[in-house]
Design a protein around this ligand. Structure first.
Ligand code: 26Q
Length: 832
């Protein structure tokens, strides 16, 4: 329930006046004055005394001011009941730094740069001051951020709902080659982009018990009496579209203690109990969970999920009622997308709000719920499907469990009517897992409670239907969709690769930014030698920039003329960073055998965080660093091979790395990577891909053409057959001398100062189970890498392929993805 004090709207002009002056003006002169004013009135600093952070804050506030007209106008749209609002529910939003992106989207990069320079500051320095909000683990959170950019750019009224974690994903440091996690205190110096809305708060209950009662009309009703209540407070961050005049909002919830709660305790004299309650309440939004292995949950994580989902749904209902909508038409007012199962509790919560709080009948509420919700799946790994131990669930959300039982009972009745006698199917479809310890299966809940279910790449969506969601597909095939992921060309090209963006725009105009299919026009210049030279120059400049940063951060000097071979992404066995490492060792051995030989110089760049509890992933990081230490220091190598682990891979670092890559490593075991989005960022920036037929690689290859993509490895069918026939990694090892050599070297301590124990677990794993078929794909990978090395030597051909990659990546704009969601799933339209 919203707190009191909300005033009814008063007459406001439809379009707030745009203009000039210190709050709105877009000229360098106006901006300069605006920055000085903010320095004075917000930071309370004279220019002489201002720190770099003061300047950054002043600039950020000046920019934020210029987003307010569009934000206020957009909030007015939300009041119109004929407009359908898209609600993107996500436990993660990996937004990356705001300042640069907002300057690009508002179209004021140059005047701000000038204004800042006139004040004796350097805009790039100020960019460096921003702590990026790392409120996500990786792909899924970053996808949500790209989608917010596209929603605003396409003028779709939308709210991104999530959690305002006080600590985002940990910062990664490397000590002695091991990952060390450091708390991410991103709010330490304040966050100029968010607006706290102390008046937009909702209460969320936990625990306790339920009671039934009869209302005046004699209806059976249930009341939930929670044992604990916390308050969610809204924090809004405006998300400007790219020159679209529409600004959407990211609304993140912070948990706080309910005032009445501590007063109660205070009155009975237990001050410390009151303070305890406050601390516990505030814990909910304290920290982002790293995606750990396996997905079986922690209590606090479930509390987080329920907390943000409940606040968000209450907020939607409040808005809907406020704009005069009827409950029956809730689905006409909101399309709610569940970003994976993390917000899947929305199914039960929306039912609870409609049935218990607003007295709708079950069937009506169920119709509304299913029509409103849609679910995106992001994984094919069965062990990554979320499930909650039943006792934990029952204790924290007793009413929701009752509702889930009711949903499940009705659902399974229907299943039994259709598939009479097929109790195996019933057990698989059930929302409750009853094989041994009982669990609530969140993917099942999401499928049952949604009108649409989608995967994130064509292959992934097909495999979903055949594997993890097969029974649901059999039941309701019409629900299943594919929406291939995309990335925003604003952040991932315009902002991060301004040199390339300029070169492209000079040739084909700037229409590609909103309509990236226009990049195809570059095809006709792919063999143009002058254009190729200019193209290469941009890439070399980007590589030089990166080389400088690598040297600063790691002390390793790399040759910008070498082939930059890059694998940046979360560390996971299925992504096979260790396959990449085996290749490096093979190259090293070749050089050692023939030190005078003619080898293609390569710089291997790795980046990515491992989940803190994922031992094998951390050992892979150590292995890469250990191989690097040996290779980088060996005089025989003479700089022809360098191995770099770039610490703390995040959005900011990604913006530096993707534009500087020549080769993009997308080498997951076929059938394991749902989509990948880094693969798109690389290719868009002119890197060639070495990859398997996995996730969106399949579609990338289709688009760029098979001649412009380095394919290797088993496909999903072959992976399946190999495993079905009893895969024995040891025989692959024994049959391949090169592989044997590299693995033996790891085992015998060549990269661990003679320590034969250090990498033993990894070696054992490869030899005895090798779940991700590293050994089976090894030779194919090696051969393919040899083709890469040969291709690199034909500079013109390589450049042509690079240009063709960029030219043909239009499909992978997140604008295309969002259009598909709007048309096929949300039935939402751009605002006029
Ligand atoms: C689950 C339970 C408890 C704690 C954490 C989690 C958790 C958190 C984050 C589980 C998974 C994630 C993130 C998953 C993810 O990023 N998946 C990626 O999504 C991308 C966008 O669709 C795809 O491109 C990638 O292929 C997929 O791996």
């Amino acid at each position: 329930m919203a707190e009191k004090g909300k005033t009814r709207k008063t007459e406001v002009p439809d379009i707030v006046e745009k203009g000039s002056g210190v709050r709105r003006g877009m000229s360098a002169t106006d901006l300069r004055q605006a920055i000085l004013d903010h320095l004075h009135f917000n930071q309370a600093r004279l220019p002489d005394m201002a720190t770099r952070n003061d300047w950054y804050m002043a600039v950020a506030h000046a920019v934020r001011d210029r987003m307010m007209d569009d934000l206020i106008n957009s909030l007015h749209y939300l009041e119109r009941k004929e407009i359908k609002i898209v609600s993107y529910l996500s436990a993660e939003f990996l937004m990356g730094p705001h300042l640069g992106n907002n300057l690009v989207n508002l179209g004021i990069m140059e005047p701000v740069r000038k204004a800042v320079a006139e004040l004796g500051q350097d805009l790039d320095d100020l960019f460096g001051q921003e702590e990026e909000p790392g409120l996500g683990n990786g792909g899924l959170g970053r996808l949500a951020a790209c989608y917010m950019d596209s929603l605003a750019t396409l003028r779709v009224p939308a709210i991104g709902y999530g959690i305002r974690y006080e600590f985002g994903i940990f910062d990664q440091e490397l000590r002695d080659g091991w990952q060390v996690e450091v708390t991410d205190k991103w709010l330490r110096l304040g966050n100029p982009w968010e607006l706290c809305r102390p008046d937009i708060t909702f209460q969320v209950g936990f625990g306790g018990r339920t009671e039934s009662w009869q209302d005046e009309q004699g209806r059976y009703r249930v009341r939930w009496i929670p044992s604990r209540v916390v308050k969610g407070v809204a924090y809004d961050t405006p998300v400007a579209g790219y020159r679209s005049g529409l600004t959407d909002v990211l609304r993140l919830w912070k948990s706080e203690a309910v005032e009445s709660f501590d007063f109660q305790a205070f009155n009975v004299g237990d001050y410390y109990l009151a303070v305890d309650a406050k601390v516990i309440s505030e814990t909910i939004s304290k920290v982002l969970y790293p995606n750990d292995e396996p997905a079986i949950g922690k209590k606090l994580r479930l509390a987080q999920q329920y907390f943000f989902v409940s606040c968000s749904l209450q907020d939607m209902i409040r808005t809907h009622v406020w704009r005069g909508g009827s409950f029956e038409d809730f689905a006409g007012g909101f399309a709610v997308q569940l970003n994976d199962t993390h917000p899947a509790i929305a199914v039960a919560e929306l039912m609870r709000l409609l049935v218990d709080e607003h007295a709708l009948g079950w069937d009506t509420a169920w119709g509304i719920t299913r029509e409103t919700l849609a679910y995106t799946n992001h994984t094919l790994l069965p062990e990554a499907l979320e499930k909650w131990p039943l006792p934990l669930f029952a204790e924290m959300l007793p009413r929701h469990l009752e509702i889930i039982y009711e949903i499940n009972g009705r659902f399974l009745d229907k299943v039994r009517r259709r598939f009479t006698g097929d109790e195996g199917r019933v057990a698989r479809l059930s929302i409750i897992d009853e094989n041994g310890d009982k669990y609530v299966r969140m993917a099942n809940l999401a499928c049952v409670g949604s009108h649409a279910v989608n995967g994130v790449a064509a292959l992934h969506s097909e495999l979903l239907k055949q594997t993890v969601l097969r029974d649901f597909f059999d039941l309701s095939p019409e629900k299943f969709h594919n929406v291939t992921n995309g990335v925003t060309p604003r952040r991932w090209m315009l902002l991060s690769n301004p040199g390339l963006a300029r070169l492209i725009t000079d040739r084909i105009g700037d229409g590609w930014v909103k309509n990236p299919k226009e990049l195809r026009k570059l095809e006709s210049f792919a063999r143009d030698v002058a254009f190729q030279d200019a193209w290469r120059q941009v890439k070399e400049g980007n590589k030089e920039n990166l080389a400088k940063v690598i040297e600063e951060r790691t002390g390793i000097s790399v040759d910008p003329c070498s082939l930059f071979d890059v694998q940046v992404k979360r560390i996971h066995e299925y992504k096979r960073q260790h396959l990449n490492a085996l290749h490096i060792i093979t190259l090293y051995n070749r050089i050692k055998r023939d030190p005078q030989g003619d080898f293609t110089p390569r710089t291997f760049l790795f980046g990515g965080k491992a989940a803190p509890g994922y031992f094998m992933a951390k050992l892979i990081i150590k292995l890469i660093n250990s191989v690097g230490e040996v290779v980088n220091a060996d005089p025989d190598v003479a700089g022809r091979l360098k191995v770099v682990y770039f610490p703390d891979f995040n959005v900011t670092n990604g913006q530096l790395i993707y534009p500087a890559a020549d080769l993009s490593e997308q080498i997951s075991t076929a059938g394991k990577e749902a989509s990948g989005t880094g693969n798109m960022k690389f290719s868009l920036n002119g890197a060639l891909t070495i990859g398997t037929l996995d996730g969106a690689n399949v579609e990338i290859r289709e688009e760029v053409g098979e001649d412009n993509f380095f394919l290797f490895g088993l496909n999903t069918e072959e992976v399946h057959d190999l495993k079905a026939g009893g895969y024995n990694p040891r025989s692959w090892y024994e049959g391949n001398p090169q592989m044997r050599e590299t693995i033996d070297q790891i085992a015998s301590g060549v990269f661990s100062g003679g320590d034969t124990g250090l990498f033993r677990p990894l070696v054992d794993h490869l030899l005895h189970s090798d779940d991700y078929l590293v050994l089976a794909d090894f030779q194919s990978y090696l051969d393919c890498q040899d083709r890469v090395s040969a291709a690199w030597r034909d500079t013109q051909r390589w450049t042509e392929m690079s240009i063709l990659n960029t030219a043909r990546m239009g499909k992978f704009s997140s604008d295309r993805s969002i259009r598909e969601y709007c048309e096929r799933i949300w039935k939402a339209k751009p605002a006029q």
